[in-house]
Ligand binder design. Structure first.
Ligand code: ADP
Length: 206
């Protein structure tokens, strides 16, 4: 069973810390496939019953219930595999925004083998809130537009998501300072993920 699980690196951290930015850049590099759970939700048809159900939670800054989350996420990933966008034998999967609580971490174990958790850290919550408010305008995100909803997401992160770190053995976790320009942070992220990729994926020329 373990050979069937996707080789995966988790981008982990509070809202606005830069998981999406780093994930998108990594996803441009051959051999990495980035999948953001928040983006999967935002790609749903907003007028479908499922899209409306998900929006009921995201618009309030609440976590979407685990069963719906895993079901939608897995279906999306299966679709990407079927279309050969994501190639599990070539690509290291970079997940962002999932797991967001312990129950999700446990369920995910059947699908992914977590090789590394990159914990993007910033002590400056106010700076992150500022980033999120800028993003609200750029990306037209309702959940980013209201300060009370943003603060609620930070509360949920502390209460439910941060404890997910205890689920993984400490040697899998690398802390990366998320303060700095995207390229500053990228340098540190690459130092962490490139050796993982080299260990698990061999080029044909090798
Ligand atoms: P951010 O990292 O700024 O919180 P995301 O795009 O990752 O933004 O997530 C946006 C929203 O989507 C979250 O606030 C939550 O409502 C919902 N969401 C994303 N991923 C999950 C998940 N794994 N489980 C439950 N809800 C999720």
């Amino acid at each position: 069973m373990s050979t069937e699980r996707f080789q995966t690196v988790l981008l982990f951290g509070a809202p606005g810390v830069g998981k999406g930015t780093q994930g998108r850049i990594l996803g441009q590099i051959p051999g990495f496939y980035h999948l953001s759970c928040g983006e999967v939700f935002r790609s749903l048809d907003i007028n479908s019953p499922e899209g409306r159900e998900v929006c009921r939670y995201t618009s309030k800054g609440m976590l979407v219930p685990d069963e719906i989350t895993i079901q939608i996420w897995k279906r999306h990933l299966d679709g990407l595999r079927m279309l050969s966008y994501f190639k599990p034998y070539e690509d290291l999967l970079i997940l962002d925004g999932i797991p967001r609580n312990r129950a999700q971490a446990e369920i995910l174990e059947q699908y992914v083998e977590v090789l590394k958790v990159i914990h993007l850290k910033s002590v400056d919550t106010e700076a992150m809130i500022h980033r999120i408010r800028r993003r609200a305008i750029r990306d037209n995100r309702v959940d980013d537009a209201h300060e009370d909803i943003i603060r609620k997401r930070f509360g949920i992160y502390e209460a439910e998501t941060r404890p997910v770190l205890e689920f993984y053995t400490p040697r899998l976790i690398t802390e990366v300072d998320a303060i700095g320009s995207p390229s500053d942070v990228l340098l540190k992220v690459l130092q962490c993920v490139v050796p993982v990729q080299n260990r698990h994926f061999r080029n044909e020329e090798d």
